[in-house]
Design a protein around this ligand. Structure first.
Ligand SMILES: [Zn+2]
Length: 309
């Protein structure tokens, strides 16, 4: 069975390493998003045989706006799909191409969100539209990097900042930071000055390991709450909590997609994977007609004991 604690720890370590790669841009290195994604998925798959990853060399730009798809769960607990767009922080403190439009003049985030809604009907499985921000910066004069001013920490209920926040003591855990695509829309269509900036989007991001990690409720016995038996349910409840937070902040209140996404996170995980994902899980390549649009497809079968699930 998958050791979820080990997976979460490895994701934090990879976030730390991603931070260094992004921060190193001021020394002339500029890793592309897909290089970072490929490295991180490779490292996760290398250490966790329950994860299978397949790269697809399709169109330069994915038609559905996603860089990678992640199917998590298992045959017993069911499956949930995550469709993720990666964005790297540029040296000027902004995310370039957040406002990117596709060939058909549609916003990349609108394409991503709509593809999730369409495909979850087609495949009868909940699919969440997410962004994964690759972050990193250096502290002044060799000191540790510090949290940007006037920026909330969405990962902390007490609104403390790393290193004082016990929920995320290491700022580098935000090297791979997840945000709902609806939060990205809210920031991008919000006040000028923060639409594409680190401050705007970091305030609605959580370390990517938090997808699989739920804090122990106060008073719960040790182990309960930090070791979810059901990965699919955990991801849906985390995504649901983040959505509600965006709604409480008023920002998602006028977004017509909010209600649809709330319905998505209330859906039960699906017993079946899409054909192409099922093929990858079984160590095969999908048939031509089923070729997925994302560059990477990763399948995490939390119930598998080994690679030959
Ligand atoms: Zn905290």
């Amino acid at each position: 069975m998958l050791n979820i604690d080990a997976l979460v720890k490895r994701m934090d370590e990879l976030a730390d390493l991603t931070w260094e790669r992004v921060a190193f841009a001021d020394r002339g290195f500029s890793f592309r998003e897909d290089s970072i994604t490929e490295h991180n998925l490779f490292e996760l798959a290398r250490h966790h045989p329950q994860l299978r990853v397949q790269r697809f060399n399709g169109a330069e730009e994915a038609v559905n706006g996603a860089d990678w798809e992640w199917w998590v769960g298992g045959p017993g607990q069911g499956w949930v799909g995550l469709r993720i767009q990666a964005k790297k922080l540029a040296i000027d403190g902004t995310y370039h191409e957040i406002s990117h439009t596709t060939a058909h003049r549609r916003r990349q985030y609108d394409v991503l969100i709509n593809s999730c809604f369409e495909d979850q009907e087609k495949y009868a499985v909940p699919i969440l539209p997410l962004y994964c921000f690759y972050n990193g910066w250096n502290g002044q004069s060799g000191l540790d990097p510090t949290w940007p001013e006037n920026t909330k920490n969405a990962a902390c209920p007490k609104e403390f900042f790393p290193p004082d926040c016990t929920h995320v003591p290491n700022i580098r855990s935000f090297g791979c930071a997840i945000s709902s695509a609806l939060d990205v829309v809210a920031v991008h269509q919000g006040p000028r000055g923060s639409r594409t900036t680190l401050n705007g989007h970091l305030a609605r991001s959580r370390p990517w390991s938090h997808l699989f990690y739920k804090r122990k409720p106060p008073g719960a016995p040790a182990g309960i709450g930090t070791r979810p038996l059901n990965v699919a349910d955990t991801v849906l409840s985390q995504a649901g909590a983040w959505l509600r937070k965006g709604f409480e902040d008023v920002s998602l209140m006028n977004n017509p997609d909010y209600g649809r996404l709330v319905e998505t996170v209330r859906r039960p995980p699906s017993r079946q994977l899409p054909g192409y994902a099922s093929a990858i899980l079984n160590g095969r390549l999908p048939r031509d007609v089923e070729w997925p649009e994302a560059t990477f497809v990763a399948i995490l079968n939390a119930e598998a004991t080994s690679q030959t699930s």
